[in-house]
Design a protein around this ligand. Structure first.
Ligand SMILES: NC(=O)C1=CN([C@@H]2O[C@H](COP(=O)(O)OP(=O)(O)OC[C@H]3O[C@@H](n4cnc5c(N)ncnc54)[C@H](O)[C@@H]3O)[C@@H](O)[C@H]2O)C=CC1
Ligand SMILES: O=C([O-])CC(=O)C(=O)O
Length: 332
């Protein structure tokens, strides 16, 4: 643990000084994510928590000369890590090995996320919670159920981080189109695993791809995580690209909290879009504001093919979401 200096005093207004806590900060995602958050000037207080090793990560990134203090916490410091947090980012949990699905991580990660959600409710009940730990389609409902049971659930402040699907979509589309990925904006909706990931190519300039190219591209976006898992060959899953995705999404939530306008990112949230069909959470574009989600955007026009992909995604999501809800009911 490190002595903090009064970081907030450096900032001229409260709306540009924020505490962000990273839970799982010593992991493959946690370390580079902490680095990238240290580079975000809105973050004035960075609290890094892990079962072990977070003080070392904190000491390391704390030497970067940006206007924030960094503190590292072992388990006995969880309360201190969380207290006063504006955003809690959760990449704690085990990653996949080749041959596993994200759902295979459920048995291990469900209880990790449940327990961290309990601590979040106790020590930072107003914080926005960004869940990276897989399976996101189930861990987000787990957090929601825990917060509901604690009376602190704010549906506008719970996010499943699906930004990596958006990054991959930009990159993979650009490889097919021979374009600059920086300018490729693809909305990805649904959830964060396999067929629940639905990129809306019909809303891009690439709506006229031949069917074979289109299907291969969609499949690559849906199963991009597998490419990394296989290439790492037992050493885990995406960490560096995920850190970039997590930093971008956390940055967007911060921008919204700070009152910036037109901050829009897709995220897996408590969504009105398909609730009448039993889908409690769904990823679509959301506008981020001072209180978290300010607008959940509808999907917009879909091709017939995308309609069928969304339908399949919804069927799987209903089961994934229910699994998370049941877990908390059975293992409170
Ligand atoms: N949402 C997304 O797009 C993505 C999600 N992931 C998921 O992120 C999670 C983390 O992945 P990696 O960083 O590669 O794994 P990792 O194993 O490298 O790191 C996980 C970290 O969590 C820590 N941890 C475990 N239990 C904890 C607890 N109770 N409290 C605090 N820290 C705890 C571990 O000590 C470790 O440092 C995995 O579940 C993975 O599937 C990975 C890539 C993309
Ligand atoms: O594939 C995994 O297990 C990790 C992940 O969620 C991703 O890379 O999208």
């Amino acid at each position: 643990m490190f002595t903090k200096v009064a970081a907030r005093s450096f900032s001229s207004s409260a709306s540009s000084a924020y505490k962000v806590a990273v839970l799982g900060a010593n992991g493959g995602i946690g370390q580079p994510l902490s680095l990238l958050l240290k580079l975000n000037h809105k973050v004035t207080d960075l609290a890094l928590y892990d079962l072990k090793g977070a003080p070392g990560v904190a000491a390391d990134v704390s030497h970067i000369p940006t206007n924030s203090t960094v503190s590292g916490y072992d388990p006995e410091g969880l309360e201190q890590a969380l207290t006063g947090s504006d955003i809690i980012v959760i990449p704690a949990g085990v990653p996949r090995k080749p041959g596993m699905t994200r759902d295979d991580l459920f048995n291990t990660n469900a209880s990790i996320v449940r327990d961290l959600a309990k601590a979040a409710a106790d020590y930072a009940p107003d914080a926005a919670v960004c869940v990276i730990s897989n399976p996101v389609n189930s861990t987000v409902p787990i957090v929601a159920e825990v917060l509901k049971s604690k009376g602190t659930y704010n549906p506008k402040k719970l996010f499943g981080v699906t930004t990596l699907d958006v990054l991959r979509a930009s990159r993979f589309v650009s490889e097919v189109a021979g374009s600059n990925p920086v300018h490729e904006k693809v909305t990805v909706v649904g959830g964060h695993s396999g067929i629940t990931i639905v990129p809306l190519l019909s809303q891009t300039e690439h709506k006229s791809l031949d069917q074979e190219t289109r299907d291969a591209l969609i499949h690559r976006i849906q199963f991009g995580g597998d490419e990394v898992v296989q290439a790492k060959n037992g050493a885990g899953s995406a960490t560096l690209s995920m850190a970039q995705a997590g930093a971008r999404f956390t940055g967007a939530v911060l921008d919204g909290l700070a009152g910036e306008r037109d901050i829009v990112e897709p995220s897996f949230v408590d969504s009105p879009l398909f609730k009448s069909e039993g889908v409690e959470f769904f990823s679509s574009k959301v506008t981020l504001g001072q209180d978290g989600v300010s607008t959940v955007h509808p999907l917009g026009g879909l091709s017939d093919h995308e309609e069928s992909l969304v339908k399949e995604a919804k069927d799987t999501l209903i089961k994934n979401i229910q699994k998370g809800v049941d877990f908390v009911k059975q293992n409170p």
